[in-house]
Design a protein around this ligand. Structure first.
Ligand SMILES: NC(=O)c1ccc[n+]([C@@H]2O[C@H](COP(=O)([O-])OP(=O)(O)OC[C@H]3O[C@@H](n4cnc5c(N)ncnc54)[C@H](OP(=O)(O)O)[C@@H]3O)[C@@H](O)[C@H]2O)c1
Length: 244
């Protein structure tokens, strides 16, 4: 018996990286999964890799019309949602003094505004007793130079989890934040050169970057009844970096 048998899960930004690893695991555990991403090609490849019980819906998680299209598809195909993992997010470095309005608007538009509307627009379809998780970042727990826009745009999630779990308590919907540290994804390789990656690793007590599968298992915990009494928490999966 799977931990998500018969459940419907929506994962934004699920076509690569840790959310794709999570989508595969959720399907292995019995869920039907809807994944999103902006590039149709990457989405098609992810659907091919997952192989069954998956629907790819192209869209930008910061675009409210795309979110409406996503939930229209979910409603038409499955009727309701048990698990929402709002994972689409991102950032770029810029030191205070050099931050542009466009950078602020882009990353708050996706990580904060996009996440809020991803959750809000899912609510009419949400089954009582469901689970909402949002991907934060340990950047919002540390003091990493250049990452204030990203850190700030992710830090809102902890506050929202607390308020929303209270607002949703009569529906027994839990809300938690999954907070990774450095995870070896394609995005990391795009952002950082080899020397920078090794420097990051030297700061991680676990001695290496995380693997997407190690975030997927933490997501499964928060999505499933294994965490039935965990609510409003931030689960930090960063190899111990922010514990120092
Ligand atoms: N990797 C890390 O070390 C790390 C650490 C801490 C937190 N995080 C957070 O973890 C989450 C996933 O990170 P990742 O590194 O796995 O991501 P990623 O590789 O950059 O992207 C994962 C997926 O998200 C999709 N995506 C990106 N922007 C999107 C948007 N606006 N709307 C819809 N889909 C979008 C991408 O597809 P398209 O490009 O086709 O849209 C891709 O399929 C993000 O929220 C990130 O901030 C990552």
């Amino acid at each position: 018996m799977g931990k998500l048998d018969g459940k419907v899960a929506v994962i934004t930004g699920g076509s690569t990286g840790m959310a794709l690893a999570g989508a595969k695991l959720f399907v292995d555990e019995g869920a039907h999964v809807f994944i999103t991403g902006r590039r149709q090609e990457a989405l098609d490849e992810a659907v091919r890799q997952i192989g069954r019980n998956v629907t790819g819906v192209r869209g930008d998680a910061s675009d409210l019309d795309d979110l409406d299209r996503l939930y229209d598809t979910v409603k038409r195909e499955k009727g309701s949602i048990d698990v929402l993992w709002a994972s689409a997010g991102g950032g770029e470095p810029a030191l205070l003094g050099e931050i542009t309005e466009a950078q602020f608007d882009t990353w708050f538009g996706l990580n904060a505004r996009g996440t809020l509307f991803t959750v809000q627009k899912a609510l009419p379809l949400f089954n009582d007793g469901g689970s909402i998780l949002m991907t934060g970042s340990n950047a919002s727990l540390g003091a990493f130079p250049g990452w204030s826009v990203y850190a700030g745009s992710k830090a809102v999630q902890q506050a929202w989890a607390r308020v929303w779990l209270n607002e949703l308590k009569d529906r027994r919907i839990r809300v938690n934040v999954l907070t990774p540290g450095q995870v070896a994804t394609a995005k990391q390789e795009e952002l950082f050169d080899e020397a920078t990656m090794r420097q990051f690793e030297s700061l991680i007590p676990r001695g290496r970057m995380g693997h997407p599968d190690e975030i997927a298992t933490a997501a499964l915990f928060l999505a499933s009844d294994d965490s039935s009494y965990v609510n409003g928490m931030e689960l930090v999966a960063d190899g111990g970096t922010t514990a120092l």
